[in-house]
Design a protein around this ligand. Structure first.
Ligand code: SF4
Ligand code: FES
Length: 531
């Protein structure tokens, strides 16, 4: 491993890495704008220039490979003069509208102005005025804030492969733009907002919603497909405001798809179910949650007394955490040892595959399986043993084949459609869900449940990778976390604890741990990839 000295500090580097990345890996902060390890290196912003002993002129640290014994200075007078000049140049036409800019608080231009800039501007002429542009359904471009790092342009070429963005004009008239009639409208489009080091590219959804320093972050997993993208849920005062990618080299690298970003909306949907109900004299009436849950269990027991074993079923949703599915399986089998376990519907479409615009190599894939935990639920069903089938097979059963069951939804949109399968239209039905649908209107007992961002658990992605997630916000009043409900109905002692259940489920579930503060702090924001 080569060793280099940066401002008097010796650091060990990976072979063939560049000076800037070596510094970032070693936790040595140096300024950079245009560099990103997931994109090609263009060395255009010039803020990262450093002095290397033996080389007469400054070199871009993002583009200069380390050599053993290299002595690098970011704090020499030459390097500092370059940092100040670069900052002064970048700020010449910058509007300085930090008080109304969404990026304030996480803006590299703002941070470096404090650290490397001049206290006062010497520019007396009029600033160039550039327009605000609506570049796509989800993204706005405030051109006057742009520092022309071209990260966004490179992303649309090298990762999404869609090439919607380009650099128009030359010199101080340069602007990022889209081609006429070709908006930035791919399923990875919002990654350019994360990549933009200033507030030029903005997420329409988050525009003027919150100051970023008020947001807290909870590590979580994407609920929209089987990819298992690692994310941060960002929230304040019990409300989710945005979802950002969390780096995972094996799963999603630095990127997430736009559906993942928008998935928080279902959590705060106005029509979230909040009131437990039970059917009396043919009509659903509001009742206490405990009353509804106890009625459900009592009625299911009565069915087994009247019709014998094998007359019950439980629909385990692939939106459920493995731990919850395991408990519901135990609950239904404690009432009817021969109850059938049914894997809930698994909506599918084709995978969305993204390729590098030049070499056609795959860069990102959005899984076509539009639920996060089909694999995990199948494994839990195997572990529980007994009769287990998928929803398509179950739906073909004739009405009355089973006499009662417990059905869990939890999907982020209407999953049952207008036509409820005949087998679910008869018998006694307990439904646990987050949003209203035809089944929640027809059922015999309704138990409002928690969305994924409101509970802890683990999901198994399409690769068989089991990943834990944590609750960021509380469920709405009246809704309860499924795991808590089953834990109580099973008469288990203590509090429901997802981690204890993961240990009970054994490998690989017992290995799934929530990232600790230390893990997250030590996680490289960037990891160098050779393109
Ligand atoms: S819009 Fe942002 S990411 Fe794109 S070139 Fe400008 S500063 Fe860079
Ligand atoms: S980060 Fe090195 S030149 Fe921009």
């Amino acid at each position: 491993m080569p060793k280099i000295t940066v401002d008097g500090k010796t650091i060990e580097c990976k072979d063939r890495t560049n000076i800037l990345q070596a510094c970032l890996d070693a936790g040595v902060e140096e300024p950079y704008y245009c560099y990103h390890p997931g994109l090609s290196v263009v060395a255009s912003c010039r803020i990262c220039l450093c002095e290397v002993e033996g080389i007469p002129k400054l070199v871009p640290s993002c583009q200069t490979q380390v050599r053993d014994g290299m002595v690098v200075h970011f704090n020499s007078s030459k390097s500092i003069a370059n940092q100040k000049q670069t900052m002064e140049y970048l700020l010449i036409n910058h509007p300085l509208d930090c008080p109304v800019c969404d990026q304030a608080g996480e803006c590299l231009l703002q941070d470096y102005s404090y650290e490397y800039g001049r206290a006062q501007s010497r520019f007396e002429e009029d600033k160039a005025k550039k327009p605000k542009k609506d570049v796509g359904p989800d993204v706005l471009l405030y051109s006057d804030r742009c520092i022309m790092c071209t990260r966004c342009v490179r992303f649309t070429r090298e990762v999404s492969g869609t090439s919607e963005l380009y650099v128009d004009g030359r010199g101080y008239k340069e602007e990022i733009d889209i081609f006429p009639g070709q908006p930035l409208n791919n399923k990875l489009s919002l990654n350019v907002v994360d990549l933009c080091p200033v507030g030029a590219l903005l997420d329409k959804d988050f525009l003027f919603q919150q100051r970023v320093w008020l947001l807290k972050r909870t590590p979580s997993i994407s609920p929209v497909d089987a990819g298992g993208e690692n994310i941060y849920l960002e929230w304040n005062e019990g409300k989710l405001y945005r979802i950002k990618p969390r780096y995972n080299a094996e799963v999603n690298k630095w990127w997430i798809n736009d559906d993942t970003r928008h998935s928080y909306k279902a959590v705060h949907a106005e029509n979230r179910l909040r009131q437990a109900m039970k059917k009396e004299l043919g009509a659903l009436i509001a009742c206490g949650f405990n009353d509804a849950a106890e009625t459900a269990v009592k009625q299911l027991k009565q069915i087994v007394t009247d019709h014998g074993q094998g007359s019950l079923y439980a629909v385990l949703s692939p939106m459920m955490a493995c731990e919850e599915a395991y408990l519901l399986g135990q609950l239904i089998r404690s009432i009817d040892a021969q109850a059938t376990l049914v894997l809930g519907p698994v909506p599918r479409s084709d995978d969305d595959v993204f390729k590098h615009y030049l070499d056609g190599k795959e860069t990102f894939r959005i899984q076509g399986e539009k639920v996060p935990n089909r694999k995990g639920i199948e494994h839990v069903m195997q572990k529980l043993g007994g009769s287990a089938i998928d929803f398509a097979t179950f739906s073909t059963s004739t009405a009355g084949a089973v006499k009662g069951g417990w059905i869990v939804g939890g999907y982020l949109s209407n999953w049952i459609g207008a036509e409820v399968p005949a087998v679910l239209r008869s018998g006694f039905r307990v439904v646990q869900d987050i949003l209203p649908n035809e089944l929640t209107r027809q059922c015999d007992v309704l138990l409002p449940s928690a969305a994924w961002a409101e509970k802890s658990g683990c999901w198994e992605n399409y690769q068989g990778k089991v990943q834990a997630f944590d609750a960021a916000v509380a469920p709405p009043p009246g809704a309860r976390v499924e795991g808590n409900v089953y834990h109580k109905l099973l008469g288990k002692s203590g509090m429901y604890d997802a981690e204890v259940l993961r240990n009970e489920l054994g490998e690989p579930y017992s290995q799934a741990k929530l990232p600790t503060e230390a893990d997250l702090a030590g996680q490289p924001a960037f990891e160098f990839v050779e393109l």
